[in-house]
Design a binder for this molecule. Structure first.
Ligand code: SAJ
Length: 435
């Protein structure tokens, strides 16, 4: 491929990051082969349809598949640029050890078709040193190719780490507009990757080395986790002191250099509750703050379960509505969701008294089976339930006016109803204000 020609691109992994990334690259005119291990995913995409929910993604994928720019397959083929966007979960050892098997398997298959002039980019969130490990694996498989950092003279291929930092629900917009960190194994690798991202990213692309870029991604999510932990700890302190945490935060945030985040029922999703552990795993002795923040945010879930349980026990005749299962507002992603854990625990404890309202769910998740809990809509909940536990700040819940809920006993873990009168009964007193 000459510098002026558009590269052919292979995106390995067609999940929440890989598929939107593949579609955005294709939209820029490059021919993209998307790889996934699932035949079903591949067939869906080749029909011009999608297997995940993301704003505007369906139309984009449909368009680029129709124009012949995006094609999915289960088998790798030669390309000029390989973008690896596969999961990096925890290993099942109970110690929050990063499982790099998907990344290394992807690198191994890329090695099989690699040729001089290619660029390999890792986007998966990864512990520091992973890009070099990937390079070493490729070196072992392809001794015929000169790899960056391992050879004299100009290497045959470029290898870089370029983390995504998009927010679910805003992925397409953020893929294009966010700034990117582009970490090359060598400066030349960074320049090659930079030229590629420049073709479809409008945000500023900043080059660095691979290890710094790996750490940057982990730091971004650990920063947010630590700051949410601060808000969650404040909410627990406020509960103990009978204070309204939302009022305290609102006032403190009027200080020009204070910006406290929002308490909630805990931290969910697959990034913020996971990535800090990758730092802790790499430097266990040096990370007391990051480790403690994880503990505070996980502990908040149990605090919410205890307070919700007290409220439900205190109103033995009332039907209970748990508002929301998603891990955050206005999305249909229920994986690793504290709201789901709280609602399922209450369903196991209180059975058919528990009603779940989740406009993004067609049915209750598997763990509710046999509990007697029901999935209902928000109107029915407002008509029939005397107790409301707000777990997710979906817009549809926020918009419920006071007149429809003033007679309810409410535990609002997201602070969406600041005008709600406090629940008056003994044990539950102050729950409305609790974070
Ligand atoms: N949350 C709070 N209080 C807050 C903010 C969030 O309790 O003030 C909770 C949410 O309810 C949710 C969890 O934290 O349960 C995570 O939500 P989020 O919106 O903070 O983040 P994610 O997981 O959707 O996406 C994050 C983003 N990282 C940062 O903002 C630093 C995103 O930019 C990353 O690309 C993404 O992780 C990722 O893929 O790593």
């Amino acid at each position: 491929m000459r510098g002026s020609e558009l590269p052919e691109v292979c995106v390995v992994g067609l999940g929440y990051i890989g598929l939107p990334t593949a579609a955005v690259i294709a939209r820029a005119g490059m021919k993209v082969l998307g790889l996934d291990v699932s035949e079903k995913v591949v067939e869906t995409i080749n029909r011009g349809e999608i297997h995940i929910e993301e704003v505007d993604l369906d139309g984009l994928v449909h368009g680029v598949v129709q124009r012949g720019l995006l094609r999915a397959a289960t088998q790798i083929a030669p390309a000029d640029v390989f973008v690896i966007a596969v999961p990096t979960p925890f290993a099942k050892d109970g110690h929050h050890t990063p499982d790099l098997s998907y990344v290394l398997a992807a690198a191994e298959s890329v090695a099989g078709v690699l040729k001089a002039g290619d660029t390999i980019i890792l986007e998966s969130t990864s512990p520091v040193g992973t890009t070099e490990r990937m390079r070493d694996l490729i070196a072992a498989k392809r001794p015929d190719i000169k790899l960056p950092g391992l050879c004299d003279g100009t290497p045959d291929v470029a290898i870089a780490y370029c983390p995504e930092r998009v927010l679910p629900g805003r992925i397409l917009e953020e893929l294009t507009n966010n700034d990117r960190s582009i970490g090359g194994i060598t400066p030349r690798c960074a320049r090659k990757a930079l030229a590629f991202y420049k073709r479809f990213v409008r945000g500023t692309c900043v080059t660095t080395d691979a290890r710094s870029a790996e750490m940057t991604k982990l730091v971004e999510n650990a920063y947010r986790d630590v700051n949410i932990a601060f808000a969650n700890e404040l909410s627990i302190v406020s509960d103990a002191m009978g204070l309204d945490v939302w009022e305290v935060i609102r006032l403190a945030n009027r200080h020009p250099r204070v910006n406290i985040l929002q308490p909630g029922p805990g931290v969910g999703g697959h990034c913020i509750a996971v990535d800090p552990w990758f730092i802790v795993h790499g430097a266990p002795e040096e990370t007391p703050l990051i480790r403690t923040a994880r503990g505070v945010n996980d502990g908040k879930i149990h605090h919410v379960i205890a307070r919700a349980t007290a409220l439900v026990e205190n109103r033995p005749q009332a039907k209970v509505a748990c508002l929301g299962l998603a891990f955050k507002a206005n999305i249909d992603d229920f994986r690793e969701s504290p709201a789901r854990l709280v609602a399922a625990t209450l369903a196991r404890r209180f059975g058919e008294r528990i009603h779940v309202v989740e406009p993004y769910a067609a049915e209750l998740p598997i763990e509710f089976t046999g509990t007697g809990a029901h999935l209902i809509d928000v109107d029915t909940a407002l008509e029939e339930c005397g107790v409301m536990i707000v777990l997710v700040d979906h817009d549809v819940f926020k918009s419920v006016p006071l007149a429809e809920r003033e007679d309810k006993a409410v535990y609002d873990t997201r602070g969406i109803w600041p005008d709600q009168p406090a629940a008056m009964d003994g044990e539950a007193a102050g729950l409305r204000k609790a974070g």
